[in-house]
Design a binder for this molecule. Structure first.
Ligand code: MIG
Length: 800
């Protein structure tokens, strides 16, 4: 009997005393008398892997999540023992392994403080129904410990007191607390005593996490099959934990093209061509910036992937080109289900090549989706992924589609109990043949990966763009994502905010929600408030089911249109700032959105905050989450914050009221920050950028900022053709100094910086550029704004 609980079943088995210890370079193995082996791998000083087998033999070591590019290597490793335990010491961690029962405790190597300790530790339940044993781990929750992460769970940031399941599930109109939904990211961070660590349970079977819910002071996780196989990742800063987890499971393989960070307009569905054109024209007529337009399933012929409905879209190549001429990139949806139809070449080919998933006893996995009865490619077979990737040649190379949107890849099936494949379906699993129990959570990831492969091949030398609904840890290497079928309610705006933060804390920063809500219809106020939040999400797209009326920026009257335009314009102004944040994410795994707890974990006030977040490094934003609001109370992290709108300064470390009528929202800038801005464009590349603004927020003290730029697309940046400016600001009572240090070989197209100085406590008397005094007139100095060559390395603003 399998119970979905960690302890209830009393037949749990446990390791017995250690009878053998072996060390092979960085792999330590401990064998217990009853045949359990614990293998501890030292990957880095701060990253340890724990792997257990109950049979004396480990499975083939294969993971879709762990990237071959992950950092490896450590500075120190020493193993000693006493009569009770083995003691593993690295430069960052000390790990005790009990000789009695393999239980482990982990400490900070410097101050010896306890980070994480096994309660029962590894235990298991034998199972004949499942893919091997039900493997379990339980740990003692430390006093005051909080928990974060786990991907897209639609609940408050802090997971303490709750239980979760990981099983990717199509969840139309999910709500607060629905679990599981679309993604399986079995990674969490624990935080106590101002220290943070992470645990990544790399097991793709149905898994569970319990944070002090079943038992008040116990945190446990378990899976219906596979190995107990987890990574312990130390910080002590949560941002380091997330960066290390992202390093382990992979950063995106390339920077996103800048246009993908523009505004996207979507609906189920824009068709025929005349309707698409009407929408795109309206954006240009009303001067609302937009970079991407989407075609949902109705563009296809009877929902057959890689076909076009010739009645609605008689000449897709021409249409896509005309849209491109007007700055719109066309993005199309592609689902996994392939219609059973002998006259459909892709179906025939898949059948002939034996690429479709089969049931355990031989028949094909048949299921109903939009096209009717379908078969489904086994994306866990590398040959199938190659085949699939090549199917994009016509769409991308020939027709000119710029991005592909993978939906229904949980996989979602309409007529099968459980709304997905039955457990017995067989998968190649890259040569590690498995049932669907093991492959379910990674099926959508492998589809997105195959799609990415195709887009990359045929978009080259431009960068690929993919969006996926289903995901497992590591999927961020290939694709962006959205949070699925939400609802047009105020609570869903709040949920979208938390989900985006949580995804960022789970290594997956390129995320957004269906702005305005997918199901049902928002009123203008809700739509405007959601746009205000959405412009701060890495992926920024309005989408709706279309059953309940229009959801374009102009659908709610002129007042709302004006608010929406104002905020989308702000998004476009902030593109270089966002792109710089992506550079940090793609390069170092730094999450683009930072929940307050991740921004300042030492401040206990942040541990239960949900609404406020940091966008990039310097901007604090907080959405208005209810109707008829004139403002709200919000928490300010410790430090000083400038109100973006009126430049007044708020002292952090406390809650304050912020005014925010419908045409405003709470946005604050960290003091000392330098925020780069581009001029407003209707789409990326509309204009050559001839002038970049640097908004400088005075601070009495020091602050570093940066600006990353490159050709906005293509791969030249990987060969050093990028421009990274590091700004170092130092302010005192009567002086402000800005130094710039430049690296990279890219020559930016503009000549001048337009510098706006905010919050100066003195009246400007003189200015030195690179140590030479320059006449204020020559700098067009006016009202604390000036224009200066982009080549400057040192700017000194002196007061009287
Ligand atoms: O069964 O393609 O989440 O974004 O518009 C619904 C139609 C299928 C679900 C996606 C949604 C998309 C819709 N799809």
């Amino acid at each position: 009997m399998i119970l979905n609980t960690e302890l209830e079943y009393k037949g749990n088995l446990f390791p017995s005393k250690i009878v053998k210890y072996e060390k092979n370079l960085n792999v330590l193995s401990f064998t217990s008398e009853n045949g359990v082996i614990l293998e501890v791998t030292i990957r880095r000083d701060s990253v340890l892997r724990f792997r257990y087998t109950t049979t004396g033999i480990f499975e083939n070591d294969f993971s879709y999540a762990i990237t071959k590019y992950a950092s490896r290597g450590y500075n120190h490793l020493e193993v000693t023992e006493n009569e009770k335990q083995y003691i593993i010491t690295t430069a960052k961690l000390i790990c005790h392994v009990s000789k009695l029962d393999l239980r482990t405790s982990i400490f900070d190597a410097k101050d010896k403080s306890l980070l994480c300790e096994d309660e029962l530790g590894f235990h298991w339940e034998e199972s004949y129904e499942h893919g091997g044993d039900v493997v379990k781990m339980s740990k003692i929750a430390q006093p005051g410990e909080s928990y974060y992460g786990l991907g897209d769970k639609p609940v408050d940031n802090n997971l303490k007191g709750k239980r979760f399941e990981n099983w990717v599930t199509d969840s139309y109109a999910y709500g607060r607390g629905t679990d599981p939904i679309y993604k399986a990211i079995p990674f969490y961070t624990g935080l106590h005593s101002k220290r943070s660590y992470g645990i990544f349970f790399d097991n793709t079977f149905r898994s569970f996490f319990d944070f002090c819910s079943e038992r008040r002071n116990i945190t446990s996780f378990w899976a219906h099959g596979g190995e107990m196989n987890y990574y312990f990742i130390y910080g002590p800063e949560m941002s380091e934990v997330v960066a290390n987890y992202t390093d382990l499971t992979g950063k995106p393989h390339e920077m996103p093209a800048l246009w993908t960070l523009g505004y996207h307009q979507c609906k189920w569905s824009y068709y025929p061509e005349s309707n698409v054109k009407e929408i795109t024209k309206k954006f240009r007529d009303l001067k609302i910036p937009c970079d991407a337009i989407y075609l949902d399933i109705d563009y296809m012929e009877g929902f057959r992937c890689f076909t076009w409905n010739k009645q609605y879209f008689p000449d897709p190549k021409r249409m896509v080109k005309e849209l491109a001429d007007d700055g719109f990139k066309t993005i199309v949806i592609i689902d996994p289900g392939i219609k059973i139809d002998m006259d459909y070449s892709i179906f025939k080919e898949g059948l002939e090549k034996n690429y479709f998933c089969k049931r355990a006893d031989g028949p094909y996995m048949k299921g109903k989706v939009w096209p009717g009865e379908c078969y489904f490619p086994d994306f866990t077979n590398p040959e199938v992924r190659d085949w699939w990737s090549n199917l994009f040649q016509e769409l991308v190379e020939e027709i000119g589609v710029k991005g592909v949107w993978n939906d229904m890849n949980e996989p979602a099936v309409m007529d099968v109990p459980g709304k997905s494949f039955p457990d017995d379906v067989r998968h190649n699993y890259d040569g590690n043949f498995s049932s669907h129990r093991k492959a379910h959570n990674i099926y959508g990831m492998q589809m997105a990966r195959a799609t990415y492969q195709g887009l990359k091949k045929f978009s080259y030398p431009k960068r690929p763009f993919v969006i996926t609904r289903a995901a497992y840890s590591g999927t961020q290497r290939y694709t962006s994502s959205w949070t699925g079928d939400n609802i047009a309610t105020w609570d869903h705006l709040t949920i979208a905010n938390i989900q985006a933060q949580r995804m960022c804390m789970s290594g997956f920063s390129f995320i957004g929600s269906d702005i305005g809500g997918f199901a049902e219809q928002p009123n203008g106020e809700l739509y405007a408030r959601w746009i205000q939040l959405g412009i701060f999400h890495p992926f920024c797209r309005t989408h709706s089911s279309g059953d309940h009326g229009d959801q374009e920026p102009w659908a709610f009257g002129e007042n709302i249109t004006n608010v929406v335009r104002k905020f989308i314009e702000l998004r476009y102004q902030l593109l270089p700032y966002l792109y710089t944040a992506f550079w940090r994410y793609v390069g170092e795994g730094v999450p683009i959105l930072k929940s307050l707890v991740l921004f300042d974990q030492a401040d206990l006030h942040t541990h239960y905050r949900n609404d406020e977040f940091i966008f990039g490094e310097k901007i604090l934003a907080c959405p208005i989450t209810g109707p008829n609001q004139k403002g709200r109370r919000m928490y300010f992290p410790i430090g000083k914050w400038y109100n973006f709108w009126d430049k007044t300064v708020v002292e952090g470390g406390q809650e304050s009221w912020v005014d925010a009528d419908l045409d405003s929202m709470p946005i604050f800038i960290k003091e000392g920050a330098i925020i780069p801005k581009y001029p407003i464009q209707q789409y990326v590349g509309e204009k050559e950028i001839t002038e970049v603004s640097l908004d400088v927020y005075y601070k009495n003290g020091k602050e570093d900022s940066e600006l990353y730029e490159d050709a906005n697309d293509g791969y030249d940046y990987t060969k050093g053709r990028y421009s990274l400016l590091k700004f170092n600001l130092v302010g005192s009572e009567n002086k402000l100094i800005i130094r710039i240090h430049k690296t990279g070989k890219y020559i930016t197209p503009y000549e001048m910086f337009n510098i706006n100085l905010f919050g100066l406590p003195f009246e400007v008397d003189s200015i030195k550029v690179d140590n030479e005094e320059v006449d204020l007139k020559d700098l067009s100095f006016n009202n604390n704004s000036l224009v200066v060559t982009k080549e400057f390395t040192n700017l000194q603003i002196m007061g009287k």
